[in-house]
Design a protein around this ligand. Structure first.
Ligand SMILES: [Zn+2]
Length: 259
């Protein structure tokens, strides 16, 4: 991810390419999670037309890039400070690997004049190489880590490739486990696999509900869903509304969660 001379996302960066796609196809949306290691590499801020090189001012450039991201729903999350194999790391190093990365991110936010953005970032961790700590103690240290604002770990992302694909379950599914979330590398081989398997995944359908209230409560929404299903205008299923997620299946109607 990089910014151009105008301070917009560079169309030559991966994030810029996705951003452009979302501008051309607004229904695609634009919200990205970036898992960063701040302790194992520099940041290339000088674009020569083919590649980015590290030049003077790279830390300030990185800070501004992170801030542009947060202001456009590109959120930086924790990938540890130096990308270690967590199964080879001493227990005493596990939390420091997360804490140092969080501290570095907050230093960059302060450098760009937006220390308050730290409050907007959830405590999500992606395992380097998809490898978890080897012992129960290590796993416990990982999952009980709190960020500098005191937020506990809410999600742990694993890693996968086309030869062992794993797809994320929706948050309302019984298989959803926030501490074991599949994550696939965006390699050409994985993109090929996704392109090939895409038609096997169900597509979202749209269904309009009639609700006679500007501020409907859960019961009013459930009745509206029920009415549409009995009239045959809408199908049973999972209803994702502004007010939350509702399940209407096998004659059971329930409210699941707010966002
Ligand atoms: Zn990695």
């Amino acid at each position: 991810m990089a910014l151009d001379e105008q301070g917009d996302v560079s169309r030559y960066s991966a994030v810029g390419a996705i951003y452009q796609f979302s501008q051309d196809h607004p229904d695609f949306g634009f919200e990205l999670g970036m898992f960063a290691n701040f302790g194992d590499k520099y940041y290339g801020n000088l674009f020569t037309g083919t590649w980015w090189y590290v030049a003077e001012g790279w830390e300030q450039a990185l800070a501004q890039t992170i801030v542009w991201g947060i202001e456009h729903h590109v959120y930086p999350y924790n990938h540890t400070y130096q990308h270690p194999h967590l199964n080879q790391l001493a227990d005493a190093q596990i939390q420091p690997q997360l804490a140092k990365n969080d501290a570095a991110l907050r230093d960059y936010l302060a450098m760009a004049g937006h220390p308050e953005y730290a409050a907007l970032i959830s405590n999500y961790v992606a395992l380097p190489y998809g490898i978890a700590p080897a012992t129960d103690k290590g796993w416990q240290l990982l999952t009980t880590y709190a960020d500098p604002e005191g937020k506990p770990v809410r999600a742990i992302f694993e890693a996968g490739y086309e030869y062992q694909p794993a797809y994320a379950s929706p948050s309302f599914s019984a298989n959803f486990d926030p501490l074991h979330l599949p994550r696939m590398a965006a390699l050409p081989s994985v993109i090929q696999l996704i392109t090939k398997t895409a038609p096997t995944f169900p597509l979202a359908q749209h269904c309009a509900l009639t609700i006679h209230s500007a501020n409907p409560d859960d019961d009013a929404i459930i009745s509206a869903i029920q009415a549409q299903i009995s009239s045959g205008s809408c199908q049973p299923g999972v209803y994702i509304l502004e007010q939350g997620i509702f399940i209407a299946r096998d004659s059971v109607f329930r409210f699941v969660s707010k966002y």
